[in-house]
Design a binder for this molecule. Sequence first.
Ligand SMILES: Cc1cc2nc3c(=O)[nH]c(=O)nc-3n(C[C@H](O)[C@H](O)[C@H](O)COP(=O)(O)OP(=O)(O)OC[C@H]3O[C@@H](n4cnc5c(N)ncnc54)[C@H](O)[C@@H]3O)c2cc1C
Length: 412
Amino acid sequence: MAERAFDVLVIGAGAAGLAAAEALTRAGRSVLVLEARARIGGRVWTRSMPGLDVPIELGAEFIHGAAETTFALLERAGMRWIAGARTQRYAARGRLREVDSFALAQKAMKDRSPLRERDLSFEDYLARRRLDARTRVFARMMVEGFDAADPRRASARAIAEEWGDGDALLGAQPRLRAGYGPALEWLARRAVARGARLRMDCVVREIRWRPGRVEVTGKGFQFKGKKAIVTLPLGVLQSQAVQFNPKLGKENCLKLLASGPVIKAALRFPSVFWDRSVAFFHSPGAAFPTFWTPLPARVPLLIAWAGGPKADRLSGFPMKKVTAAMLASLGTTFGKVEEPDQIYVHDWKSDPFARGAYSYVLVNGGDARRRLAAPLKDTLYFAGEATNLEGESGTVSGALQTGQRAAREALR
Ligand SMILES: Cc1cc2nc3c(=O)[nH]c(=O)nc-3n(C[C@H](O)[C@H](O)[C@H](O)COP(=O)(O)OP(=O)(O)OC[C@H]3O[C@@H](n4cnc5c(N)ncnc54)[C@H](O)[C@@H]3O)c2cc1C
């Protein structure tokens, strides 16, 4: 049992928690970060695969949108990024044809008039638009894949806002040369060097709080702080795996957000069998509708991606079944191909410390992120991608930004 009360307890060592810890220690505060996993990073999980000279990202991979906070971090850490490629093909009638799914998705959302009076689900919005079949198919694929959302539940207004301005969707999507992992490790090192304590394998079960006092407990530990920054993922908050005492009073806004499922896999092949100039391959009807390559790196690696309802259908099943669906999708997209000789897979919905890949807004949930982000009694502060109010939810940059915001709020 620790007697000492830290200035701030930070729950979770993902992008938001580490950004918060780094900012708080910079301001001279005593900080304890409690993390359930044996690793930092949360939904950033950079691995390597023998024989491949590129980072393997099982979580976040691209730099989406303007991402000012990410670029500022890379600058400070002296880390490099590489431009991405956007060439796409989709499988139709046994051939791979050109497509720009980003542009088609944007075209689908162009007319906002059906949303002027009220919010609709993305599916209802599509039903009110006159669009050709291909635009519909790819717009739906983008909602499911890019936003990990269920088109029957997702707010069309929120999607229009996200896709509308072009940057998030149409801009190039660079990657970090060494992956996101080292960037977050850099933040952790900075925080620890300034005195932050970082405790791994600490699954928080209960947070008791009153103004100016927080007590966090789990199996075999109890820590005290004057304040806490909670960066638990949306799905974890919704599951009530962590009990707050007294309750947060945020139950209503939690019902207006959802945590989208994603299954992401990395497949290494004996050789590159695809067109080396193409970045993304789609087969919208397949269980895994999207594969991508690490272009500009030309190595025998494909990333397989299922998001939204397609991931939901496979989530929780034994890996054998998931892998079989992935290999069948590979066949649908590329025809007969060699078997991969190594596969890493992660099912983010079944991960108890993520319970989904990233958040999206449900119909009429326009204000939910703001309500979730609101601090309580100058004592509890909320960070994490789902609380981003700058249009960067669902991203690393957005998560970093909320960690810095919560640190500023706690320092006030
Ligand atoms: C498959 C996938 C692909 C993605 N692709 C991209 C991309 O290309 N670009 C991009 O910008 N973003 C991407 N994202 C989103 C990005 O990864 C997240 O928005 C961001 O990493 C979230 O950071 P966070 O700090 O909010 O949450 P997290 O990283 O989830 O951090 C929360 C931490 O809390 C810990 N925790 C959970 N429960 C407990 C508990 N009971 N006690 C203690 N600790 C607990 C977790 O282990 C975790 O470390 C992707 C995400 C996924 C899953």
